[in-house]
Design a protein around this ligand. Structure first.
Ligand code: GDP
Length: 613
C-alpha cells in the first residue's frame, strides 16, 4: 500500500504508532500530534469522502478513519481520563484518600431515595427530615440545599446519615454518567398498595449497576389493601431477598405519611452500611468531593451544594468545582446555619464560586488560586470543544444527496436552561433516554443554569434548536428576540411534563409515510374541444369515485401515458360537481393536459398518511 499523498505532499505514515487524542479533537489537533500539515489531513478526509474543516471538532469515527488511513493506532482519551491527567499535571490526585489506613476515620453513609413515581419518595425525604428536628430547633426553617444530614441512635450510639434530597434515579444516573459516585446506599421505595412497577425495576437496576446496596422501604402500609408481603415476593424475582426469608436485604414497612417506622428505616440503613461497606475517609487532607446541586442566586451569586467525600472543607479554602473556582466565602449547612468546616459525608452550601458547577462535577481544594483558575479554565475549554463536537453535523459526501432527498437526517437540537444544575442534568439525561426510533436524534447542544439569554437564542437560531426553560424565564431582550426570530422557547416546571411534550413533538417530527390509495377510474368515451378550457374528456366512471382536485394518471392500452395530472374540473351535465361515483357519466378537465383519446383511462388517486405502528 502506498502512503497517501495529497497534492504531491507525502503524509506521515504511522507504522502502527499510537496517537492519543481527546474526544472532540480537530484535524489541526491531530496534525500537531503527528507533525503534519492540517491542510493535508483535510485533503485526506476529502479523498475519503468527508468534508471537514481543519479546526472543527470531529467525531470519534472520523478520527479513527483518518488514523487508519495513515496507519496510526488511535487512542481516544475519555473526558474522565483527561481530567485525571489534567489534575496529575498539577500533582493532584483525585479520588484517593491520602496517607495510610491509620488516617482513615469512619464517615456517615450517603443515601439516595429511589423508586417508582408516586410511591412516596418525596414524602419519605420530608418525613425523615422531620423526625430529626432537634428540640429547640423546631420552627427553624430547614433549607433545601439538595442534601441533608440526620442522626439516629443505633445500639446506643448516635449515628449520622446523609440524604441526597433529589428523589429519583434520574439525578443519580446523571451523576453516575459523569463518573461521580455520590451514593453509598439506595433506599428503594415501593408502595405496598401498588407493588413493583417499571421504575422500581429501573431504579433497582441502576443501584445494582453502581454496586450500591439496597434497603427496601415498603411504603403506604397505612393504605387499605396494602400488601407488604407481596412486595417482598415480587422483589425476590429481582434478587432482593428479605432477611426474614433468608436473604440479605433489609425490608422495612413504613408509612411516610404517618411517620411510621422511620427510625427503623434509618437503623436498617446504618446496619446495612456496617454489614456491607467500609465507609471511612481521611478527614485531615485537602477536601475533595462532588457538587450535587448548584444555582445562581440573585444576591449571593453562584451557590453550590457540595458533598465532602474526604478531607475537611473550610471557609477560606480555594476550590475548583467542575469549571468553576473560587475562595470559599461562607458555608451554610442544611439548617441554614453558617459553619466553618465540613467533614466527610457532610453536605454544605458553598458561596464564593465564580460560576455554577454541574451536578456530579467533582470539587477539590488546592493550595493556590492560580492553580484553581488554570484547572477551571482548562476544563471549560474542554467542555466547549465537546459541545462543539456534538454540534457538528456529520454528513459524508457519499450519502449526502440521499440523506437530503430522503430527509433521513433529522435531529432535534435542544438547549436546556434551568434553575438548578440538578434539574437541568436530570432533564437532559431523561431526554437523551427517550426512545423515538432511529430516524431522529436528540442532541442537547447546550445546558446551563440561569435564565434563557440572548446568547441561547443565538445558538438556537444557528442550529435550529428549541430552547427549554425549566423553572426559568427569558431574560432581558431574549424573549422578543426569540419571538422575532421564530425560536421555539418552552417553559416547564415539571420534568415529566417536559419529557412528555418533547416526546410527542418528536413523534410528530418523524416524517409521515404516505401511501397511494386509488380512488376511482374513468373511461374516456368522447373528447370535447373547448376554446377556453382545452380538451374535455367525456367519461364513464368505471370504479370507485372521481373527485375534483385529486391526482390522476392517464392510461392508454394499459400503459401509463402521463403522471401527476390533476382533476381540475369535474362536471355532470352543466353543473360543476365535486365528485362522480361509479356508473355515472360526466366531464373531466385535466387542466393544461390535452393529449387525451377515446378509450383512455383516467385513474385517480390520493396520497394518504400511513399510521405509524
Ligand atoms: P414520589 O413521586 O415518589 O416522590 O411520591 P410522593 O412523595 O410525591 O407521594 C405521592 C403521593 O402518595 C402523595 O399524594 C403522598 O401524599 C402519598 N403518600 C406518600 N407516602 C404515603 C404513605 O405512607 N401513605 C399514604 N396513604 N400516602 C402516601
Amino acid at each position: 500500500m502506498q502512503a497517501p499523498s495529497v497534492g504531491g505532499v507525502m503524509l506521515p505514515r504511522g507504522n502502527g504508532q499510537t496517537v492519543r487524542l481527546s474526544r472532540g479533537a480537530s484535524l489541526t489537533d491531530f496534525a500537531e500530534k503527528i507533525n503534519a500539515n492540517p491542510a493535508s489531513l483535510v485533503g485526506v478526509m476529502m479523498n475519503l469522502g468527508e468534508m471537514v474543516t481543519a479546526t472543527q471538532s470531529v467525531s470519534d469515527e472520523t478520527l479513527k478513519l483518518l488514523a487508519d488511513e495513515m496507519n496510526f493506532v488511535l487512542e481516544i482519551v475519555s473526558p474522565e481520563e483527561e481530567d485525571r491527567e489534567l489534575l496529575e499535571s498539577f500533582s493532584i490526585e483525585f479520588g484517593e484518600d491520602e496517607g495510610g489506613e491509620e488516617m482513615l476515620v469512619s464517615r456517615p453513609p450517603v443515601v439516595t431515595v429511589m423508586g417508582h413515581v408516586d410511591h412516596g419518595k418525596t414524602r419519605l425525604l420530608d418525613a425523615i427530615r422531620k423526625t430529626n428536628v432537634v428540640a429547640g430547633e423546631a420552627g427553624g426553617i430547614t433549607q433545601h440545599i439538595g442534601a441533608y444530614q440526620v442522626a439516629t441512635e443505633v445500639n446506643g450510639e448516635e449515628r449520622a446519615i446523609t440524604f441526597i434530597d433529589t428523589p429519583g434515579h434520574e439525578a443519580f444516573t446523571a451523576m453516575r454518567a459523569r463518573g461521580a459516585k455520590s451514593t453509598d446506599i439506595a433506599i428503594l421505595v415501593v408502595a405496598a398498595n401498588d407493588g413493583v412497577m417499571p421504575q422500581t425495576i429501573e431504579a433497582l437496576n441502576h443501584a445494582k449497576a453502581a454496586d450500591v446496596p439496597i434497603v427496601v422501604a415498603v411504603n403506604k402500609i397505612d393504605v387499605e389493601g396494602a400488601d407488604p408481603t407481596k412486595v417482598r415476593g415480587q422483589l425476590t424475582e429481582f434478587g432482593l431477598v428479605a432477611e426474614e426469608y433468608g436473604g440479605d436485604t433489609m425490608f422495612v414497612d413504613i408509612s411516610a405519611r404517618q411517620g411510621q417506622n422511620i427510625e427503623q428505616l434509618l437503623e436498617a440503613v446504618v446496619l446495612t452500611a456496617d454489614a456491607s461497606l467500609d465507609l471511612r475517609a481521611n478527614p485531615e487532607q485537602d477536601a475533595q468531593g462532588i457538587a450535587i446541586e448548584a444555582h445562581l442566586d440573585k444576591g449571593r451569586g453562584a451557590v453550590a451544594t457540595v458533598l465532602v467525600q474526604r478531607g475537611t472543607l473550610r471557609v477560606g479554602d480555594t476550590m475548583v468545582a467542575g469549571d468553576a473556582y473560587g475562595r470559599v466565602r461562607a458555608m451554610l449547612d442544611d439548617k441554614g446555619e453558617n459553619v466553618e468546616e465540613a467533614t466527610p459525608s457532610t453536605p454544605v452550601l458553598v458561596l464564593g464560586l465564580t460560576n455554577v458547577p454541574g451536578a456530579g462535577d467533582n470539587f477539590l481544594v488546592v493550595d493556590e488560586d492560580r492553580t484553581a483558575r488554570q484547572i477551571a479554565e482548562k476544563r471549560a475549554a474542554r467542555e466547549r470543544n465537546a459541545a462543539f463536537a456534538k454540534r457538528t453535523r456529520r454528513v459524508s459526501l457519499e450519502d449526502l444527496d440521499q440523506v437530503l432527498k430522503a430527509g433521513l437526517v433529522q435531529d432535534l437540537n435542544i438547549i436546556i436552561k434551568g434553575d438548578a444544575s440538578g434539574s437541568v442534568e436530570a432533564l437532559e439525561s431523561s431526554l437523551l433516554q427517550l426512545d423515538v426510533g432511529e430516524e431522529v436524534d436528540i442532541r442537547v447542544l447546550h445546558r446551563g443554569v440561569g435564565a434563557v439569554t440572548e446568547s441561547d437564542i443565538d445558538l438556537a437560531m444557528g442550529s435550529d434548536a428549541i430552547v427549554i426553560g425549566f423553572n426559568v424565564r427569558a431574560a432581558g431582550r431574549a424573549a422578543q428576540m426569540a419571538e422575532r426570530e421564530g425560536v421555539d422557547v418552552r417553559y416547564y416546571s415539571v420534568i415529566y411534563q417536559a419529557i412528555e411534550e418533547i416526546e410527542a413533538a418528536l413523534k410528530g417530527m418523524l416524517k409521515p409515510e404516505y401511501e397511494e390509495v386509488e380512488l376511482g377510474t374513468a373511461e374516456i368515451r368522447e373528447v370535447f374541444r373547448s376554446s377556453k378550457l382545452g380538451n374535455i374528456a367525456g367519461v364513464l366512471i368505471r370504479s370507485g369515485e372521481v373527485k375534483r382536485n385529486t391526482k390522476a394518471r392517464l392510461l392508454r392500452d394499459g400503459k401509463v401515458i402521463a403522471e401527476n395530472l390533476n382533476i381540475e374540473g369535474l362536471r355532470r351535465f352543466k353543473d360543476d360537481v365535486t365528485e362522480i361515483r361509479e356508473g355515472f357519466e360526466g366531464g373531466i378537465n385535466l387542466g393544461n393536459f390535452n393529449d387525451i383519446k377515446i378509450d383512455d383511462v383516467i385513474a385517480t388517486y390520493e396520497m394518504r398518511e400511513k399510521p405509524r405502528g
